[in-house]
Ligand binder design. Structure first.
Ligand code: CTP
Length: 397
């Protein structure tokens, strides 16, 4: 997986920098081309000579070469890389990355990097547990940086706790799994629905629901990050898609969402139906606002909306994968399995409205994924981005 991959290995000033030499060795052995970028303080812990000998390239640390005056271009480096991994990442560098303090070659390279960035934090347990570090890691995660969690054990201070840099083998495994995933997803066409639909009653009123679109947008970002071309058919939400591989098709009603999906489906490799589609729409649209004074209480007659997932299920080819969601309040598993069968889905992700930390509006989710082959997996509880990643990990394209 790492053969001929261009990897920037960022090294910062922490005791764990001695392990970076081993990490570099493993990356080179796996066939990667590695460019080391060190912060000035990292040189207090490991010498550039060791690292340039192991990587076969001069180490970059300053903006200019002291001997020749040659400028080291962080922009070129950022474009060259297929991945950047910063190991160890100290509390100081994490803070600079989170806030854009670009006062060294490593942070400027991070800000210029187009490829995915991984950090392997390493620090003393109290620094690791400090709210500032937690906040900075959360910010970086939101910015799309992958955190390779620090491990618990004896630290340089001889205290015992969480703060040891992940072992070099673990870091290599994280990179390998990223490249394996992106090879599977690169260039695939993925259709995702998200958010609620609004069914107009009159110019000022509609029938809708509480969906905010967070789960669908998280799935779109994750699929795009893996290299897929994503068409995100979105009902009215206040979210913005970030990744350039995502094309948003904004719709309002279930009918519009249906039409956009049916048109896109033949060219798609995968569709994930995450929208909370209104089951019914008013039979008649009132072109003028329905007035209260001097009128009877109106009765709004409803008609059934098309079932988008079922429509795609009916025309699904062997080479396509179709995933649905079920949000249930009771008889959860039986209802979800029934929906999967009725709509011709390959997978159904069940979330329960019984959990306060899952469902509409919140940033976390709790999902059980059922597959048409009869297997089921309770996915680890996490942010919607983490749950999106777990769901995609179960799909083979
Ligand atoms: N769905 C859809 N089109 C609809 C209704 C639902 O594509 N008109 C999709 C949803 O995006 C979801 C799955 O079908 O992936 C299940 O949605 P849900 O609302 O739970 O199912 P319904 O079929 O509407 O059943 P009910 O409301 O009776 O639970």
């Amino acid at each position: 997986m790492l053969k001929n991959k261009h990897i920037i290995l960022g090294i910062t000033g922490g005791i764990a920098a001695y392990k970076s030499a081993m990490l570099l060795r493993l990356l080179v052995k796996a066939g990667a081309e590695v460019q080391v970028v060190m912060t000035p303080s990292a040189k207090e812990f490991i010498t550039p000579v060791t690292l340039s000998a192991l990587s076969g390239k001069p180490v970059v640390s300053e903006f200019f070469s002291a001997n020749t005056g040659e400028w080291h271009s962080h922009v070129d480096l950022g474009l060259w890389a297929d991945a950047m991994v910063i190991a160890p990442a100290t509390a100081c560098t994490l803070a600079k990355m989170a806030t854009g303090v670009a006062d060294n070659m490593l942070v400027t390279t991070y800000l210029s990097a187009k490829a995915p960035v991984f950090v392997a934090p390493a620090m003393d347990l109290d620094m690791m547990a400090h709210p500032t570090t937690t906040r900075n890691l959360q910010t970086l995660q939101r910015d799309g940086v992958a955190i390779i969690e620090a491990e618990a054990g004896e630290l340089a201070s001889h205290l015992v706790g969480k703060g040891r840099m992940a072992e070099p083998e673990t870091i290599v495994a994280a990179l390998e799994s990223y490249f394996a995933k992106s090879e599977q997803w690169a260039g695939k066409d993925v259709l995702i629905t998200a958010g609620p639909t609004y069914e107009r009653i009159d110019p000022v009123r509609f029938i809708g629901n509480f969906s905010t679109g967070k789960m669908g947008y998280a799935l779109a970002e994750e699929a795009a990050k893996r290299g897929a071309n994503v068409m995100l058919v979105s009902g009215p939400v206040s979210l913005k898609a970030k990744h350039p591989n995502i094309t948003v098709v904004s719709v309002e009603s279930a009918r519009e969402m249906h039409d956009a999906c049916v048109q896109a489906w033949p060219a798609a490799d995968l569709a994930i139906m995450c929208a909370a589609v209104a089951d019914y729409a008013p039979a008649e649209y009132h072109h003028k606002k329905i007035k209260r004074e001097g009128h009877e209480v109106p009765v709004i007659e409803l008609v059934k909306n098309p079932d988008i997932a079922a429509a795609l299920g009916q025309s699904k080819r062997e080479d396509q994968v179709l995933v649905g969601f079920a949000l249930e309040t009771d008889n959860e598993q039986a209802n979800a399995l029934d929906k999967m069968r009725r709509k011709g889905l390959d997978f159904i992700a069940l979330n329960s409205l019984k959990d306060a930390d899952a469902g509409f509006g919140v940033d976390t989710n709790r999902v059980t994924l059922f597959a048409a082959d009869g297997t089921s997996t309770e996915l680890p509880f996490g942010t919607k981005a983490e749950v999106a990643s777990s769901i995609l990990n179960h799909i083979n394209l």
